[in-house]
Design a protein around this ligand. Structure first.
Ligand code: IPE
Ligand code: IPE
Ligand code: MG
Length: 252
């Protein structure tokens, strides 16, 4: 049976987040420079988006560049930034054809002016698309996001727009860069590393985690489906007992 037919269309993850890792190692394996690996990651992005669209996942969030990645050699950082500009331009017809709305999270003001402009243009051009929201995490760090949220909430308290007592999970959620997105259901990390690397710490509180040894440039549609099948075979209990979950399923 092919893997796509194993997917239960009534239990599709709404929001899938991906830590696209292993580009450098992929390139090294073939004796190439790291940037060659980054370039070859684009096909994996395309296939993941197609796979998500096919099964009805509404949101895909990709970790493209972290706040810590600024510490890489300047040559690599510069190459990544120009690759971002090129890829965004190149993929625009695909975003339009597949009704993909592009969104971005992170300390975006740190991006080079050119990249920021192309990014904002694409966000604007695709803003009425609605089949899938693609969120690019750029200069993103979850701790930075939380610091930013705390600052903005504090300003509102100082200005008497909200009281300290009113601060709850909802308010914090609404001040994160991801305010418009649902919680992450499934987090995928490629390349065999099993860590979060400062990605969506708040938003993955109850996500199912899927780690695969596949290096990002080799990640294909079926690898995405494999992660979804594994996700569907997990029992998401959200703190309840297995019996409670079974009773709930019986009622549906
Ligand atoms: C992920 O691949 C892409 C970015 C972090 C930009 P890496 O560049 O981290 O590849 P490895 O982990 O060194 O193989
Ligand atoms: C995480 O990968 C960031 C992105 C995929 C953009 P890294 O390769 O930077 O993470 P670490 O350093 O191995 O934790
Ligand atoms: Mg890496």
């Amino acid at each position: 049976m092919d893997i796509l037919s194993q997917i239960d269309r009534t239990k599709v993850p709404k929001h899938v987040a991906i830590i696209m890792d292993g580009n450098g190692r992929w390139a090294k394996k073939q004796g190439m420079a790291r940037i060659f690996g980054h370039k070859n990651g684009l096909k994996a992005v395309r296939e993941s988006l197609e796979a998500a669209g096919e099964i009805g996942t509404k949101a895909v969030t990709l970790y493209a560049f972290s706040t810590e990645n600024w510490n890489r050699p300047k040559l690599e950082v510069d190459a990544l930034m120009s690759l971002l500009v090129q890829s965004l331009k190149k993929e625009l017809p695909t975003f339009q054809k597949n009704d993909i709305k592009v969104n971005a999270i992170g300390r975006l003001s740190q991006l080079p002016e050119k990249a920021l402009k192309v990014l904002n243009d694409i966000i604007d051009v695709t803003k009425t698309n609605s089949s899938l929201t693609l969120t690019l995490s750029l200069s993103y760090g979850s701790r930075e996001e939380i610091v930013n949220a705390v600052k903005n909430i504090s300003k509102k308290v100082v200005n008497n727009e909200i009281s300290v007592e009113e601060i709850d999970e909802n308010i914090i959620n609404n001040h994160l860069y991801t305010f418009s997105l649902p919680d992450v259901d499934l987090l995928i990390r490629t390349s065999g590393e099993q860590r979060i690397s400062n990605f969506l710490l708040w938003q993955i509180a109850y996500a199912e985690l899927h780690f695969t040894n596949v290096l990002w440039p080799d990640f294909r549609r079926d690898d995405f489906y494999k992660a979804v099948v594994e996700y569907q075979n997990r029992e998401r209990r959200f703190g309840k007992t297995s019996e409670q979950i079974e009773n709930l399923n019986d009622k549906n």
